[in-house]
Design a protein around this ligand. Structure first.
Ligand code: ANZ
Ligand code: ZN
Length: 831
């Protein structure tokens, strides 16, 4: 939005501007310049595959996280990510690479399906319309995208390969079926994705979400846990993201310990990372879903135990994970601590998760926070077994959770160092025959099916004789059929289940009457491998040919939002490793380098959304200020890795910068200004500052750097009548990744006929960056004791400090006065 001046004021400004440019040729006009260069680039692309001599250039693959083609179009937040990746691409282009910079559409998913349910429009139709609109908006960015590489995950030619990967996984035993509790809305009678559950309630109707056991397809990602963890070391990714992935995989070393149940034959096995604290286990807790949970109840506790188990089954996982007051119920049964034979009461509580470890834990309230809270609430004894500095705590008010100190109250183990024992205990326990050393992971197998229409059909046939049979590879793609109703069926099955012609089929192996799988894949399926397809998107024989893969893959730089730090990036790494294992590609990590950009929010950090009415569209800003100004402003709003609040008004600043630079160009270009020492020094310093800031992705300070140097050059130009040509050329090249149209025009105005993107990134010379040095004498009481070299424009304090240092050994008396006559003399007066 531009501020509106009153009409008279407006006229005045126009007159003034006129006067200013009288004599110069053109005024900076973003509209005509941007149109002109867009047409030229169309005619002669600036990113050719081969160099001047016809040799293939080395590739640099810079990838954006591809968008979901939402009906709302792009806002200025989406723009920022694409501008960052384009700046990086064009910088690499200036370094001589051929840039692989594709774009595509992650187009399966819920919103299109929900829109179909509401409006009765086929998702393919609404998706196509959204893609067209967003593509228009993306083209406004003037990024280097190669649209010949475009992919769309909903295109059968694309999802043929998404299905092919699934079939391969099935054949390798990595895809399997399992009954699994999913989020279930009892009022909408449908399964819900996690994203559709908000605070434990259904996003559409607000009903309490429960769980329902449904048959699901799973992917055995856990088989890759160790490789996914260890190979993080190979990656040039932000440490924060690597840590998030490592935590998600959650590898821990510990022991399983078997506790016999008193008076029965069964044993309960617990998983513990702290077997050193076994003597301090005063109770035991089982997840309510544990197979023994109900049977442990005694006649007195039966009712309470059953109620607790039922209540827990109605709670969503989200609710259970939340940190709230612990609940629990005593079963009435006891287990025997296998180390010391002590009776240990068995409780049930939902703070123990059914699907981690063994679903049962031994509880050591003295040394675990959750156990401490539970024991305090239910009056269970607390026995300290690790003493810091050998002292027992008299009144424990919180658990002592470190593994540092000596063992007490621990029988034979008394006096041992707990940190040493922690490592040895699993092996001691194993030798004693009461348990085993084990490794555990937090990572779970991946629930891969959705009871939805708008996704890739899972290519499996259920045959009464042969069991699950994959659709033969040569029959892929298995196309998604047209349906009349997109509503989920209410039985937990996808709308596909209602189409008899689709469901009923013949077994590909034995020809018997069989039924098709009606579940579809999650949206992650296509996004886990799309980056491989861009470089060979029309290949009908292979997912990607060996030649193309060798030439163009893997991805050198991946840029996208931090919200994908775990799932999408982990799934992509898993798929890549799998495809490597079956020989489809010959690298096993997809993304060498990663950059996560922050979010652009509305005022007060509120997420931009249609319902909040705070969405800023780039369209008007491009029209009023031009693409170059908006590109630069997107970067100027703050460090790219952090969230930033959007404020339209700031764009004036960068726009003014471009205008002032333009005026300086017009003023200087035909004058043949000879470079002064000052111009040369500033030029080298500018190249140094811009390059180092760009290399470290400090893009906001690159933009402010351009402004600062511009002001300095304008000062110099005032004295010298303008700026030398080489400096202006250098500015054009440095600016080319940021304001490509402006840079091209500047380059042409300076007399070049070819594109600025062939110029090559400028170099700096540290010697040229230095200030001039001068020699001056350092005196004590008027007698010269040393001569030193200092920068000509050094400050008084720095000069005196340098002088004192040079004669430090002679400064024995009391200093009364320090004199600095600039560029002449330093004199220290002493008593
Ligand atoms: C005794 C103990 C004493 C524990 C102590 C901790 C501290 P990580 O590192 O995350 O693997 N645990 C095991 N299975 C669990 C489950 N299904 N649900 C909830 N908690 C479970 O954590 C392992 C520790 O978490 C285990 O070690 C166990 O408590 C608990 F001073 O056993 B510990
Ligand atoms: Zn069969």
């Amino acid at each position: 939005m531009q501020e509106k001046l009153p009409v008279a004021g407006c006229l005045y400004v126009i007159m003034k501007e006129r006067k200013k440019y009288m004599g110069t040729k053109i005024v900076y006009n973003h509209k005509s310049i941007e149109k002109k260069w867009r047409e030229k680039w169309e005619e002669k692309p600036v990113n050719p595959r081969v160099d001047e001599n016809g040799n293939k250039k080395q590739k640099y693959y810079c990838l954006d996280m591809f968008p979901y083609p939402s009906g709302n179009g792009l806002h200025v937040g989406h723009w920022r990510g694409y501008v960052i990746s384009d700046v990086w691409s064009r910088y690499k282009l200036q370094q001589g690479y051929y840039i692989v910079h594709p774009m595509g559409w992650d187009a399966f998913g819920l919103p299109a399906e929900n829109y179909a349910i509401k409006m009765g429009v086929h998702p393919a139709k609404s998706t196509a319309a959204n893609v067209a609109n967003i593509k228009r908006q993306i083209n406004d960015i003037a990024a280097l995208y190669d649209w010949d590489m475009e992919v769309n995950t909903t295109d059968p030619e694309f999802y043929k390969w998404t299905q092919w990967i699934f079939v391969k996984m099935f054949k390798e035993g990595l895809a399997y079926e399992k009954e699994f509790p999913i989020n279930w809305c009892p009022s909408c009678k449908t399964g819900l994705a996690n994203e559709e559950v908000v605070n434990g309630k259904c996003e559409r109707c607000g009903a309490e979400v429960t769980k329902k056991n449904l048959r699901q397809w799973m992917l055995r990602i856990t088989k890759y846990a160790d490789r996914l963890l260890n190979d993080l070391d190979k990656l040039d990714w932000p440490e924060k993201v690597k840590k998030m992935q490592a935590d998600w995989i959650g590898k821990s070393y510990g022991a399983e310990v078997d506790f016999p149940v008193e008076g029965r034959d069964e044993k309960i096995t617990v998983y513990t990372t702290r077997p050193d604290t076994l003597h301090g286990a005063t109770f035991m807790v089982l997840a309510p879903e544990h197979e023994l949970a109900a049977s442990l109840a005694t006649p007195e506790t039966k009712e309470a135990v059953e109620k607790y188990i039922y209540d827990a089954s109605m709670k969503s996982n989200v609710d259970r994970m939340q940190d709230k007051e612990k609940t629990g119920v005593f079963t009435g049964s006891y287990a025997i601590n296998p180390l010391n034979g002590k009776k240990t009461p068995i409780w049930l509580s939902d703070y123990v998760l059914a699907d981690y470890g063994t679903g049962a834990i031994m509880c050591v309230p003295a040394h675990d926070d959750r156990d401490f809270e539970f024991a305090t609430k239910f009056n269970i004894p607390i026995i300290q077994v690790i003493a810091k500095d050998g002292k027992e705590i008299e009144n424990m008010t919180e658990a002592y959770t470190e593994a540092a100190g000596t063992m007490i109250n621990s029988g034979d183990w008394n006096g041992m160092e707990s940190s040493v024992l922690k490592k040895e205990a699993p092996h001691i326990i194993e030798k004693m025959g009461i348990g085993r050393a084990t490794v555990n992971y937090k990572l779970r197998d991946w629930v891969f099916s959705r009871q939805r229409y708008w996704g890739e059909p899972i290519p499996i046939v259920h045959c009464p004789k042969c069991g699950n049979v994959p659709v033969p590879e040569e029959e892929l793609p298995l196309r998604l059929p047209e349906v009349e109703s997109y509503e989920p069926t209410g039985t937990g099955e996808s709308p596909l289940a209602a189409i008899d012609e689709w469901v009923n089929c013949k077994c590909p192996v034995c020809g018997s009457d069989a039924k098709r799988e009606t579940n579809t894949m999650p949206q992650w399926a296509g996004s886990s491998w799309y980056f491989l397809r861009y470089v060979d998107n029309h290949n009908s024989e292979a997912l990607v040919s060996k030649e193309k893969a060798d030439e163009m893959l893997p991805v050198d730089m991946y840029i996208g939002g931090v919200e994908h730090a775990v799932l999408h990036l982990l799934y992509s790494r898993f798929y890549t490793k799998f495809l490597y294992d079956i020989g489809a590609i010959d690298f096993d990590e997809p993304f060498h380098k990663l950059f996560n950009q922050g979010m652009i929010t509305g005022k007060n950090g509120i997420k931009m959304s249609k319902s909040k009415g705070n969405v800023v569209s780039p369209d008007d800003l491009v029209r009023d200020y031009g693409c170059d100004s908006l590109r630069m402003y997107e970067l100027f709003v703050g460090p790219p890795e952090l969230d930033a609040e959007w404020d339209d008004r700031g764009i004036d600043g960068v726009n003014r910068f471009l205008k002032r630079l333009w005026n300086m160009l017009m003023e200087s270009k035909e004058k043949d200004i000879q470079p002064t020492k000052e111009m040369i020094k500033l030029r080298h310093r500018m190249v140094y500052d811009i390059t180092t800031r760009l290399e470290s992705f400090s893009l906001n300070t690159v933009i402010s750097g351009f402004m600062e140097y511009n002001n300095k050059f304008i000062e110099v130009a005032k004295k010298e009548g303008g700026i030398d040509k080489e400096t202006l050329e250098t500015i054009a090249v440095l600016l080319s990744p940021f304001a490509p149209h402006f840079a091209e025009e500047m380059w042409e105005q300076l007399g070049h006929v070819d594109t600025v993107f062939k110029a090559g990134w400028p170099k700096y010379d540290e010697n040229e960056m230095k200030d001039d040095e001068i020699k001056i004498p350092v005196q004590i009481n008027g007698k010269t004791k040393a001569v030193i070299e200092i920068p000509a424009d050094i400050s008084k304090d720095d000069a005196i400090a340098a002088g004192r240092e040079a004669i430090a050994d002679k400064l024995t008396g009391n200093v009364i006065k320090e004199i600095y006559v600039p560029k002449k003399i330093i004199n220290i007066v002493m008593k």
